[in-house]
Design a protein around this ligand. Structure first.
Ligand code: UT7
Length: 333
């Protein structure tokens, strides 16, 4: 009997309409287009302007896009996972609301948070449910409304992040396609360098904290940068070695879009040509849990059945890793 593997069989995405360009940011904080472009590769990002709409709004739109593009019946979906660092609210899961809104009424659902590695770790979780034989499909959505925790007076963070969502459907596969291997790691000593300190269970959100912006995300950019460059590249290199893959065997690198220089460093470590490196950071910035599915959505038409895709991510926590996946279908367009 052949082993069941978990393959991505459908993709969808959504980004909000409002475009926050580097030029607009120049009017908000002491920065400039040249600095942002050369240090990060970002030209613009999308922002969900409506305060009454949370991450679920983005997640629902991305999932609906996937369902519509592939003529799926949402009632056939068995599990909905929303990977996010910015859930709609505490206690009530964003995934449950999302699942009900898209009509996935036969599914169970939950949220997953590993900061910028939420989607990467979510791929591992989704695949495990399928490989175990207990479920035949899982809808994995990566969605973040980063603008809800960004201080637009802090030039160290507001130039980087954007809002967006992407969704993939994992299904059982008996041709050996899909997730082949993973190398995932965490190091909690890194949490002091990237966090939104107040508003969780350890530090209450008082009126004073709120007035000082303590609920916003803070990062010590240089330390996060150094750790991201080392660990993301290291994880990608380890995955290649462990699977006896040379650079010629790799068709695509889908790396977390946090900074173009971090992506380039990862590609250089595995000696990969630029044409094989998926990039959309210039359009969306760092959308945290949404970067990997947004990449897959943007490159879907170029992906071919059997392509070897190396995923890599690094984020707050610290959490990082790499996944080797064999793409399962040719473009449906
Ligand atoms: O997705 C989760 C993981 N997050 C990341 O991977 C982000 C990792 N970090 C980074 O991408 C980079 O560290 C940043 C883009 C955040 C910052 O780039 P950097 O090259 O590390 O700059 P820096 O923080 O070392 O700052 C260099 C200089 C400083 O000025 P001085 O001290 O040299 O005079 C900063 O004050 O650039 C200044 N600076 C800015 N200047 C113009 C910092 N932010 C800005 C800005 N515009 N927005």
């Amino acid at each position: 009997m052949s082993k069941i593997s978990a393959a991505i069989t459908a993709v969808g995405a959504y980004v909000p309409e409002y475009v926050l360009t580097n030029q607009i940011l120049e009017t908000m904080v002491d920065t400039n287009d040249e600095w942002i472009t050369s240090r990060t590769g970002i030209k613009e990002r999308r922002i969900l302007k409506d305060d009454g709409k949370g991450t679920s709004f983005l997640a629902i739109k991305a999932a609906q896009n996937l369902i519509d593009k592939n003529n799926l019946d949402p009632k056939d979906i068995e599990l909905v996972i929303v990977a996010t660092a910015t859930p709609d609210m505490k206690a009530a899961s964003t995934a449950s609301f999302t699942a009900t809104e898209i009509g996935a009424t036969n599914a169970f659902s939950f949220d997953m948070d590993a900061a910028c590695s939420s989607f990467l770790f979510g791929m591992s979780v989704a695949a495990s449910y399928i490989e175990s034989g207990r479920y035949k499909n899982v809808l994995l959505i990566g969605a973040d409304k980063m603008s809800s925790i960004i201080n637009y007076k802090d030039r160290a963070t507001c130039i980087i992040f954007g809002d967006g969502a992407g969704a993939v459907l994992f299904e059982a596969n008996d041709e050996g396609l899909g997730l082949k291997d993973e190398y995932l790691r965490s190091d909690g000593s890194g949490r002091e360098f990237l966090q939104a300190t107040y508003g969780g269970s350890s530090h209450a959100l008082t009126a004073e904290v709120l007035a000082n912006g303590g609920h916003y995300a803070f990062q010590e950019g240089r330390t996060v940068f150094k750790n991201a460059v080392f660990n993301m590249a290291d994880a990608a290199e380890k995955i290649l070695k462990r699977n006896n893959l040379t650079k010629n065997d790799v068709d695509w690198l889908a790396a977390h879009q946090a900074n173009k220089r971090i992506i380039d460093a990862t590609a250089q470590r595995i000696d990969l040509e630029d044409e094989k490196v998926m990039i959309n950071i210039h359009k969306y910035g760092n959308t945290t849990s949404a970067t990997l599915p947004l990449l897959i959505n943007d490159y879907e038409s170029q992906l071919k059945k059997g392509d070897n895709v190396i995923f890599a991510a690094f984020g707050g926590g610290f959490n990082w890793g790499s996944i080797y996946l064999k793409w399962a279908y040719n473009s449906k367009n």
